[in-house]
Design a protein around this ligand. Structure first.
Ligand SMILES: NC(=O)c1ccc[n+]([C@@H]2O[C@H](COP(=O)([O-])OP(=O)(O)OC[C@H]3O[C@@H](n4cnc5c(N)ncnc54)[C@H](OP(=O)(O)O)[C@@H]3O)[C@@H](O)[C@H]2O)c1
Length: 174
């Protein structure tokens, strides 16, 4: 069974994805998109991203297998803890391969450290491009035109005083 590895990310025009261990913007529709792209699938995330999600929700992401990568010897209730990316991908792939509801897809859910390490073997990127420059502290690696093909771009307007304009695209590895 072939498993697809897909990253889901929202980033600014200057590739910023985070600030102070949180998202630099609040775009409710994009949070819904994240939910719909990831529900039923194993989601791999770094420990800092998990902390940020836990702070917001008070629990792991519901209706998804949460796989948290950390170097610490910790256990987190309701979560699979892995100590390197390779074993996280191996466990996620085994789950996705046997679970039809996953669409045989695993999700790379960030943050910066995890995207960087996983990008070389990522097949697809579900990209939200937030049309502003952000002075943050977490970044997505450069997406090279020579490596990625962009399809299905949809544009959305800014909401006055709430969030900037943004777009959704799907990228697949050439
Ligand atoms: N815009 C988006 O779509 C998006 C999505 C997700 C996250 N974010 C943002 O990204 C930021 C967090 O990114 P980040 O780079 O600071 O942190 P991160 O990637 O979420 O987590 C980093 C942590 O993961 C663990 N780790 C990383 N590589 C590892 C490896 N090879 N083996 C074992 N453990 C490993 C370490 O945990 P320990 O320290 O516990 O050892 C490390 O401190 C936040 O601002 C968050 O809001 C944005």
């Amino acid at each position: 069974m072939t498993v697809t590895i897909s990253a889901v990310v929202a980033m600014s025009e200057n590739n910023c994805i985070g600030k102070n261990n949180d998202l630099p913007w609040h775009i409710p529709a994009d949070l819904k998109r994240f939910k719909s792209l990831t529900t039923g699938k194993p989601v791999i995330m770094g420990r800092k991203t998990f902390d940020s999600i836990f702070e917001r929700l008070g629990k792991p992401l519901p209706n998804r297998t949460n796989i948290v990568v950390t170097r610490q010897n910790i256990q987190i209730p309701g979560v699979i803890v892995c100590h390197d990316i390779e074993s996280a991908v191996e466990q996620a792939s085994a789950i996705a391969a046997r679970d039809e509801d996953s669409g045989n897809e695993i999700i790379i859910g960030g943050g910066a450290e995890i995207y960087k390490q996983a990008l070389p073997f990522t097949d697809n990127i579900y990209l939200t491009r937030v049309h502003q420059d952000v002075d943050g502290d977490a970044w997505f690696p450069e997406i090279k035109d020579t490596e990625w093909q962009i399809a299905d771009t949809a544009e959305f307007d800014a909401a006055d005083g709430q969030h900037p304009a943004y777009s959704y695209s799907s990228l697949s590895r050439k």
